[in-house]
Design a protein around this ligand. Structure first.
Ligand SMILES: NC(=O)c1ccc[n+]([C@@H]2O[C@H](COP(=O)([O-])OP(=O)(O)OC[C@H]3O[C@@H](n4cnc5c(N)ncnc54)[C@H](O)[C@@H]3O)[C@@H](O)[C@H]2O)c1
Length: 271
């Protein structure tokens, strides 16, 4: 199915790598003009190069989502250049770097580290949403009553105990911000949903999808995924595409797991 985002202007944060890059490619294939943003200048430029190599449209912008003024300036620039903003995918996120042999627990996570993660994972969603809602409200609704769409990247770690306390706390916050904000802005014609991936093999937490251990990590991800998927970010980017598109026009306040069923519960029957 093509053209789900035909003519739409879409900001994607954290677009220089992993899920953000996958979403940039997929949104653009579906007709969006992608405003790809990241703190990594070279990586976001590479994303735009990849989008353009497929004959699609994107531009690269440096923006730290934890910086409210920078996020406001980005949205203002997009409105000036394109006349409107249709979609913001608040995707940028970070985690505590793992300790050798496993994830870092609470006792090994100083408050300064928690503050750093919170500023990006929670602050970034708040800053992106606030700036976008101002623009959506100013431009008003289209003929279908839609002013704009927000998609956040939360995580399975926001739904079940998974992936470290400090990180899980921030993603749990994104899950509930998604619900609360959805109710707050529904009457304005704005939908707010999130995607909640389980493990994806990206550059996250110091991983390397092209590194020597990549196959081993993919095998581990397959084992943890009841459907046997291997952590390819395209699965989650496709879910974000759906939520950003008119196919989801009656869906808001939803946190959509993209985890092969991992968060559905525990298998009790014999297999
Ligand atoms: N990879 C996983 O296993 C996994 C699982 C669940 C959820 N997530 C979430 O998915 C999202 C994307 O992660 P990913 O796996 O693609 O990771 P990634 O590290 O490959 O990509 C994240 C991108 O965000 C950018 N970024 C970091 N801080 C930023 C900031 N302050 N402002 C703007 N950009 C910033 C990075 O430069 C990077 O390009 C994150 O929100 C993450 O929490 C990841």
């Amino acid at each position: 199915m093509d053209g789900l985002l035909k003519g739409k202007i879409a900001i994607i944060t954290g677009a220089g790598s992993g899920l953000g890059r996958a979403a940039a490619l997929i949104f653009a294939r579906h007709g969006a003009t992608v405003v790809a943003t990241d703190i990594g200048e070279a990586s976001v430029a590479e994303t735009v190069k990849l989008v353009e190599a497929e004959g699609n449209r994107a531009s690269a912008h440096i923006c730290n989502v934890a910086d409210e003024a920078a996020m406001d300036a980005l949205v203002a620039e997009v409105a000036k250049t394109h006349g409107r903003l249709d979609i913001i995918f608040n995707n940028a996120g970070i985690t505590v770097m793992p300790a050798p042999g496993g994830l870092r627990g609470l006792l090994d996570t100083p408050t300064s580290e928690f503050d750093r993660i919170q500023a990006v994972n929670i602050g970034g969603v708040l800053n992106g949403s606030r700036a976008a809602i101002r623009q959506f409200t100013a431009q008003g609704a289209d003929e279908k009553g839609v002013s704009g769409v927000i998609v956040n990247t939360a995580s399975v770690a926001g739904m079940i105990g998974y992936g470290g306390v400090a990180y899980g706390a921030t993603k749990g916050a994104v899950v509930n911000m998604t619900r609360t904000l959805a109710l707050e802005v529904a009457h304005l014609g704005i939908r707010v949903n999130s995607v909640c991936p389980a493990g994806m093999l990206t550059h996250y937490a110091g991983l390397d999808p092209d590194g020597p251990n990549a196959d081993k990590i993919r095998e581990g991800m397959k084992r943890n995924n009841p459907l046997g998927h291997d952590g390819n970010p395209d699965d989650t980017a496709n879910a974000a595409l759906f939520l950003a598109s008119d196919l989801a026009s009656n869906i808001t306040g939803v946190n959509l797991p993209v985890d092969g069923g991992l968060s559905a519960g525990i298998v009790m029957v014999k297999r």
